[in-house]
Structure formats: structure tokens, C-alpha cells
Ligand binder design. Structure first.
Ligand code: SF4
Length: 442
């Protein structure tokens, strides 16, 4: 089969799934603006299939529904396209021009900016949902401990047990942080921490239970997959049993952090103690089976190769076929400051690579409803442009964030600024819940 942009465009627009070979070609060869244009078409076809919620934030009906364990995100009933080969002629393939790459690690050719390059956010004829709302969540991302025994080489946040500047917060101290976020309107708290072996499972379940009891309007979006694994190791329970305890305490979503790159080859070098890709995948699989929803993430722009990117996305797509439990895919670029990996990385992923990732993931992950653009990790201007490359969500307000800050990467915003940034990009803004239900629109 001859691979070229137009053939793959036809395949995508007819609802077919990209093969891994297709994906690798598109990732490496497609002109960036063409990739963005196509991703935007697919994004408008997929989203937003979100109806306004009937009640406002803080309403008791909303609160109880947010806390209900049977709450499911809307619009996760995407039909999985069938993989049928496309018959092509050489005349279809005007973009299939191989060029040498100057990138040391990648064959991506970012010089291919020629082509239509028209960034059309609205009114595209294939859009099934012509209202291109961009959502965001009002949230905070505090940490309960920086003590960690896992020694990931990309991490500037953690401290070894006993270090002078290590800390572990009490339940009350975490609640005070959540209280401050709630006062600013937060409905989601993404709580995560290091792998601290001195914390019992009771500590984690109390965090969930107290959050649900004191702040019923807040979704406890707590603990990444590797923290769940740590809880299982310390408690002697299985992953499923740990998740069940958290669910019993009131938790119903998991953040997707800790995926890094889901390639064993890369994980062995980046985060040896976190285990293979299956370690992350199995936690999310179990969580989905128990009724949790979760996000999927990727940290790219370090030692990965193009094939690792494809392997990562394949893992996400396959698990999503199996469980349907992912609400969104959230890629971000590696922030090297103050990390052991800093000196080893000569070429960092900049805005161009990020935009390619956003557009490509929109096209490849045909069964994941939302793609998140991050004003926080990539900067506000890049985040705005990403909304024209297939992303339909602007992430969270992140009133508190310490992990990127430890790498000297600090970015702040407010609800008003997020709304303005979205509107300035040409989209109506809408505040959502953790589960992508609309709370209010601007
Ligand atoms: S990324 Fe997480 S698990 Fe790895 S060292 Fe940092 S805190 Fe520990």
C-alpha cells in the first residue's frame, strides 16, 4: 500500500482507523498544518457532544450526582472504526515526498509547512457537532508528600526519605489546601505525591473520605497508577482491592500521570522502579472494570523515538477498545530543569513538536473522546494554537502546582484569564466537571 497524506486523510474522514504503519508515516511525514487541519475536522466531528448541565455548581443535586459512583461521562459511546484497507493510486499521493531529517532522534520533518495551512476552527462541513465549545476545569493540583523511593531520572520534585526538605502532610493540612481551592471555585482536586512507604492505605482512604464529606462539590481526582501500586505493595492487598477501598471511600476517577512513555525500553531507562508499561495499564484496566474513569497522559520530548510514541498510543487505543474508561488524552513535553536527565537531553520538544503531537493524537486515538491542550505545560500562546490542532479542552486552572515548579517551570492563571484565552482563540468557553459535563458557558 502506498502511504501519503491524501490517502490517510480519506481513510480518516471515512471513519477508518489508522494502522500503526499509517500512524508512523503521518507522525513523521505529514505537513504540520495539514495535520492540524485534519485533526480539527475530526475534533469537530467528535466533540462537543456535551449537553449543558441543568444545575449550577454547588447545587445539591449536582453535588450528589458528582459523588455518585455510577456517573459516566457522556459521549463515550464512540463506535470503533473498522480497519479496512484503502485502495490507492499513485495520483492520490501528492504529499508523499521523503525528505532527510535533521532531528537527531526523529525522522519528523517539520519543514513541511507548505500546503493549505488554513486553520479553520469552525463550520467545517464534516463537523457533526458544529458548536466548537472548548472546555476547561477549575482545579488545583496539590501534593500530600514529596517523599519517594522510586528515583525517576526525569523528576525534580521528589526527596528521599529523611531529606531535610522532605514533607508529608497530615489529613488536616491537605483539607486546608482543598478548602482554599474550593474558595476559588475548584470542582476538581488532582492530588498526587511521591511513593512514600511509610503511609498506610488508611491515610489514602481517609483523604478521599474526608474530601467527599467536607467538599461534596469536589471530585477527588486522586493518585496515579504507580501510587496505587505502592499502596498495594505496602498494604499487601491486590490492585483491585486497593481500588475497591478507594471507591468505597468515594473516589471514582483516576488521573493518568505516571504513564511517561508506555514502552518498556524507555521506562527501563526513565523510571526503572515503576515497572513496564503493563504496570500502568493494568491499574487503569482494573479501575475501569470497577467503574472508574481515568485520563491517559504522555510525557514526551526526552529519550523516546518515534516508534515509542506509536507504541504508547497503541497501548492507550487498545485498552480503550477493551474498557472505554479513558475520558481524555493529555500529552505534555518533558521539563528538564533540576532533573538528573537534564544534561542528557540535547533537543527539547518545542511548540512545533507539541502541536504535531496534539494533532496526531487526535487522529490516531479514534476512540478517546477528548484531547487536552495545556496552557500550563506549553505556555498560554501554544495552548491557544493547540485549540486549532484538534484539542477540544484547555485543561485546568491549576491553582496549585508543585511538580513542574520544582523544574523551575511556573505558570499561573485565573478563571477569567482561561475564559479570555479560549474566547480569544475563537471558541465559546465552557467550564466542565472532571467527567466533562458542562457546568456553565460563556
Ligand atoms: S515521578 Fe513520582 S514516582 Fe517518580 S521520582 Fe518523582 S515523585 Fe517519585
Amino acid at each position: 500500500m502506498i502511504l501519503c497524506f491524501e490517502a490517510l486523510e480519506e481513510k480518516l474522514l471515512s471513519g477508518q482507523r489508522l494502522s500503526r504503519e499509517d500512524g508512523l508515516w503521518l507522525w513523521q511525514q505529514a505537513p504540520l498544518l495539514e495535520l492540524g487541519r485534519l485533526a480539527q475536522q475530526v475534533r469537530l466531528r467528535l466533540n462537543p457532544a456535551i449537553a449543558p448541565r441543568p444545575k449550577a455548581v454547588g447545587d445539591t443535586a449536582v453535588s450528589s450526582r458528582l459523588g455518585g459512583r455510577d456517573v459516566a461521562p457522556r459521549g463515550m459511546d464512540l463506535a470503533v472504526p473498522q480497519a479496512h484497507p484503502v485502495e490507492l493510486s499513485i495520483d492520490d499521493c501528492r504529499f508523499s515526498i521523503e525528505r532527510p531529517s535533521s532531528n537527531r532522534q526523529s525522522k519528523i520533518d517539520n519543514r513541511k509547512f507548505q500546503g493549505v495551512g488554513v486553520l479553520v476552527p469552525q463550520a467545517h462541513p464534516v463537523g457533526l457537532h458544529p458548536e466548537p465549545v472548548v472546555t476547561f476545569v477549575v482545579d488545583s493540583n496539590p501534593n500530600y508528600t514529596n517523599v519517594c523511593i522510586t528515583d525517576c531520572v526525569f523528576c525534580a520534585f521528589y526527596r528521599k526519605p529523611g531529606a531535610a526538605d522532605s514533607y508529608t502532610l497530615t489529613i488536616e493540612q491537605v483539607m486546608e489546601k482543598i478548602q482554599r481551592s474550593v474558595e476559588r471555585g475548584a470542582t476538581t482536586v488532582l492530588l498526587q505525591g511521591g511513593h512514600n512507604p511509610s503511609l498506610s492505605l488508611d491515610y489514602y482512604t481517609r483523604l478521599v473520605r474526608e474530601t467527599r464529606r467536607r467538599f461534596p462539590q469536589v471530585t477527588p481526582h486522586f493518585f496515579t497508577a504507580s501510587e496505587i501500586t505502592m499502596m498495594a505493595q505496602v498494604s499487601g492487598l491486590s490492585i483491585r482491592e486497593v481500588l475497591q477501598r478507594l471507591k468505597d471511600a468515594g473516589q471514582f476517577t483516576l488521573p493518568g500521570g505516571g504513564a511517561e512513555i508506555l514502552s518498556d525500553r524507555i521506562r527501563r531507562r526513565l523510571a526503572t522502579k515503576k515497572g513496564p508499561a503493563e504496570a500502568w495499564l493494568s491499574v487503569h484496566r482494573e479501575a475501569h472494570k470497577l467503574g472508574f474513569k481515568s485520563t491517559a497522559t504522555m510525557m514526551f520530548g526526552h529519550i523516546e523515538q518515534d516508534e515509542d510514541i506509536l507504541e504508547h498510543l497503541d497501548h492507550i487505543r487498545t485498552l480503550q477498545d477493551e474498557t472505554g474508561g479513558f475520558t481524555a488524552f493529555i500529552p505534555w513535553s518533558f521539563k528538564p530543569g533540576n532533573t538528573p536527565l537534564e544534561k542528557a537531553i540535547k533537543v527539547h520538544a518545542g511548540p512545533t513538536q507539541y502541536l504535531r503531537m496534539i494533532a496526531f493524537s487526535r487522529l490516531y486515538l479514534d476512540n478517546v473522546r477528548h484531547i487536552q491542550a495545556s496552557w500550563f505545560s506549553e505556555g498560554k500562546k501554544t495552548g491557544q494554537i493547540a485549540l486549532h490542532f484538534g484539542a477540544d479542552d484547555f485543561g485546568g486552572t491549576l491553582f496549585e502546582e508543585n511538580v513542574h515548579a520544582a523544574a523551575d517551570f511556573i505558570n499561573k492563571t485565573t478563571i477569567d484569564e482561561v475564559v479570555t484565552l479560549i474566547q480569544e482563540s475563537g471558541f465559546p468557553a465552557a467550564q466542565r466537571t472532571t467527567l466533562y459535563e458542562i457546568l456553565r458557558k460563556w
